[in-house]
Write a protein that binds this ligand. Sequence first.
Ligand code: ASP
Ligand code: MG
Length: 413
Amino acid sequence: MLIVQKFGGTSVGDIERIRHVAKRCLATKNAGHDVAVVVSAMSGETNRLLEMSREFREDQNDREVDVIVSTGEQVTAGLLALAIRDLGGDAKSFLGHQVKILTDSSHARARIQSIDAEPLKACFKEGKIAVIAGFQGQDASGSITTLGRGGSDTTGVAIAAALGADHCEIYTDVEGIYTADPRIVPDASKIARICYEEMLDLASLGAKVLQLRAVEFGMNYNVPIHVRSTFSEAEGTWVMPAEDDMEEVVVSGIAAVRDEAKITIRDVPDSPGAAYRLFEPLSEAGICVDMIIQSQSRDGRTDMSFTVASGDHNRSIELLSTVCADLTGAGEFLASEAPVAKLSVVGVGMRSHSGVAGKMFRVLSEAEINIEMISTSEIKISVIIAEGRVDDAIVALHKAFDLHLPAPERSSI
Ligand code: ASP
Ligand code: MG
C-alpha cells in the first residue's frame, strides 16, 4: 500500500517524540508499504513565530509573515528525516516548493491548486520514506504561502490525493473524533466511521480535530482519512464515503461554536433590495455573517436577525448604522446583550429519520435553555443559545440521544 501519515504539533513536540514518530513511520515502511510523512511544527512553535512577527506587523496576511511561520515545519521535517536515518531507515525531506505545492496568493490562508507527486515517487523508488513539511506552499510568483492554522492536515490529505494513496492517517493527541468534546462530556464515545458530509459539518460547526479544508480535499478526491493517536495503537475514526448502514445512526455528533454575537434589526421594509443593502457592507468588509433569520412581515416591515463572530460585532454595528437609519427610518437596531453560541447536532441518519428536531427542542426545554434562532439542513440542526448554557445543553443532548452507548445500542428517536 501507499500510506500518507501526518503528525501534528504535539506528536512532534520534542526530540523524544520525534524519535517515537520515526519508529512508527519505519514500522509502516518495514511492513512493506511506501510511506510519505507530513509534519507540523513542534507544538507552540507556530505561535512563537507569529508572536515575533507581530512585533513588526499585526496583520498575518503578509508575504513576510509566511516566510517566518513556515519555518517551524522545515525544522521538524529535517529532524524527522534524521531521526529515521538514525534508526537505520532512510528518509528524505521535502519543503512545499520541492513538491511544487502550488497555491493561490492569499497569505496565511492560501488554497492548494496543484502538487507534483513525481519527486515523492522517485523517493519511494530509492526505498526512502518521504518527509514533507506541512502547512506551506508557494504561489505562482514563487513566494512562500501558508494554508491557515491547522493547515498541515490539508497538506497531508492533498499529498495523499496527489499520490493516489490508499489512505491518509492523521496522527494527533486524541484517539479520534468523539460524539462530543470529551472535556465537556467525559463519557463521549469515539466514532468508528463517519462520512465526509458529517465531518464537514462537525469541522465547520466547532469540532477542532481536523482542518475543514482537509475534509473537503478528502471528499473531493475520495481519500479515506484515519484520525488516530500517535501514542496508542488503537483504531481511531475513519472519515470516508457514506455507506448504507451509516444512516441507521441518527445523530453522529454534537459540536458548538462559541463567541458569536447576534444582531437584530427591527422594522426593515419588506421590499426587494433590503437584505442586499444590509448585508453588502458587511460582506465588503470581509465579515462572515452566519445564521440569518427574517421574520414574517407585518404592515410591510420585517425583523432581521443574524450572527457574526464576537470580534466582528462592533464593526458590524458601525457599518450598519448608516444603512439602518436609511432603511428603517429610525436607525433603531438592537444588538444581543450576552454572547451566544451555535450548538449543532449532526447526522446523515436525519435524512431518513424524523423527530430529531422535536427531541432536541424537548431536551432544551426541559433544561430551561432558551432557543434564540434555529436553522436546519438535511443532516444537521443548529440552534443559537446563550453562551453560558452551551455546556449544559451538550451534556443533556448527548445523554438524550444515547451517544455514550455504542451506535447499535442507541434507542431510536
Ligand atoms: N503549524 C501550523 C499551526 O500550528 C500548521 C499545523 O500544525 O497544522 O497551525
Ligand atoms: Mg494541527
